[in-house]
Design a protein around this ligand. Structure first.
Ligand code: CA
Length: 383
């Protein structure tokens, strides 16, 4: 029996069962697998050499490392039939040209974050980070099981690009300041390095958002070209050395609450691969997703303790400031979706899912975290 017929018969046998009705397969699974022909097996002897560019400096901790591990995994899982050479940002293509490179097929893959393409596709920002957005767990749920992947596919399809979730930073830190932020008035006129939608929000709140690339960030803060800066979290911020030149380390990263990283693949090249290699790529990206968030979680906790031991002053954004920033976020998002249909569509799907999962989180994660924090404060582990 041909595989195609087998799958059709198999599907008919379980039609109406709870298993199928609940959509237990990953998005796109049935469509792709029914298209599988026996002839594909003939191509299995062929070797593939692909190129991946990244938006990160070469061997960048966690993010760059994850790409190299992904490449090693592809080689092992394919029994050496597929090799993916990874390039750091600027080695082959400038970081911000990665999307265009994949779209044109100059390179087959890239790793970065969707908000880097905001100038080309405004709605892409919903697939990386939105201020006061979802956390890592919720973003994964939206993409993998909540319709997010389909929407993301649709957004990139005109560019012949297929996206996958390849990691998440988790909740980032709120940034380094040399003065305390006790009210919105303290933000007025401050030059703050904060890219993307977070930058628009902080500008709407009276600060002046500036986007500065990682390489120039330390010097800019040290020489007071900027007054404050956000980067990622304790691990990367420690390596940058910000604790040596800024007094206060603010939390939480309201502007990046669970920034999703992405691997993008040239869609035509991907679909031309034998099915097993397609599945190997997907499996390795999903593995990279788990590696990345796990590495961030493991390293951030250790580096936060290290920073505290070295005298870093932690400060929480006051509730009043957070409340004002939330209002500004709504205004910024409304303005963003007013004249851009794909952004409106992504916003509605994102907001609907966030509302639903937040309802559940109110009885699960958030309650648990609150009780955990109480215990931490009582134990006086963190000041
Ligand atoms: Ca950041």
């Amino acid at each position: 029996m041909k595989r195609k017929d087998f799958l059709k018969k198999g599907a008919a046998a379980v039609a109406g069962s709870a298993l199928l009705a609940s959509g237990c397969r990953p998005p796109g699974w049935d469509k792709e697998h029914v298209a599988y022909e026996e002839g594909d097996a003939v191509a299995q002897g062929r070797k593939y050499e692909w190129t991946m560019v990244t938006t990160w400096p070469p061997n960048f901790p966690v993010l760059g490392e994850g790409c190299q591990l992904f490449s090693d995994m592809i080689f092992a899982m394919s029994g050496g039939r597929m090799k993916i050479k990874v390039y750091g940002g600027g080695e082959l293509l400038p970081p911000m040209e990665a999307f265009d490179g994949v779209s044109a097929g100059t390179v087959q893959m890239a790793n970065g974050a969707a908000y880097y393409w905001a100038g080309k596709i405004k709605a892409a920002q919903f697939f990386a980070s939105v201020p006061f957005g979802m956390n890592a767990q919720q973003m994964n749920a939206w993409i993998v099981r909540g319709g997010g992947q389909e929407l993301w596919d649709e957004l990139y399809a005109p560019y012949d690009v297929k996206p996958f979730p390849s990691g998440n930073t988790g909740v980032q830190m709120g940034g380094w300041f040399n003065k305390e932020i006790n009210s919105l008035a303290d933000l007025q006129g401050l030059k703050i390095r904060m890219p993307g939608l977070g930058g628009k929000v902080i500008s709407a709140a009276g600060a002046s958002a500036i986007n500065i690339a990682g390489q120039e960030l330390y010097t800019s803060l040290e020489r007071s070209i900027i007054d404050a800066a956000e980067w990622i979290g304790p691990y990367h911020d420690y390596l940058m050395g910000f604790h040596k030149i800024a007094k206060y380390y603010y939390y939480p990263g309201w502007h990046e609450t669970g920034t999703m990283l992405e691997t993008i693949v040239n869609k035509s090249a991907f679909e031309a691969l034998p099915l097993d290699l397609q599945e190997i790529i997907k499996a390795a990206i999903y593995w990279q997703n788990v590696f990345t968030i796990s590495e961030f979680e493991a390293q951030n906790s250790g580096y936060l303790t290290r920073m505290i031991n070295e005298g870093v002053t932690l400060r929480q954004y006051p509730d009043e400031v957070i409340a004002e920033l939330k209002i500004k976020t709504k205004e910024v998002l409304q303005e963003m979706i007013a004249d851009d249909e794909p952004s409106r569509k992504a916003y509605e799907a994102f907001s609907k899912f966030q509302k639903e999962v937040s309802g559940w989180a109110n009885y699960s994660e958030s309650v648990y975290y609150q009780s955990l924090m109480e215990k931490v404060k009582k134990a006086d582990v963190i000041g």
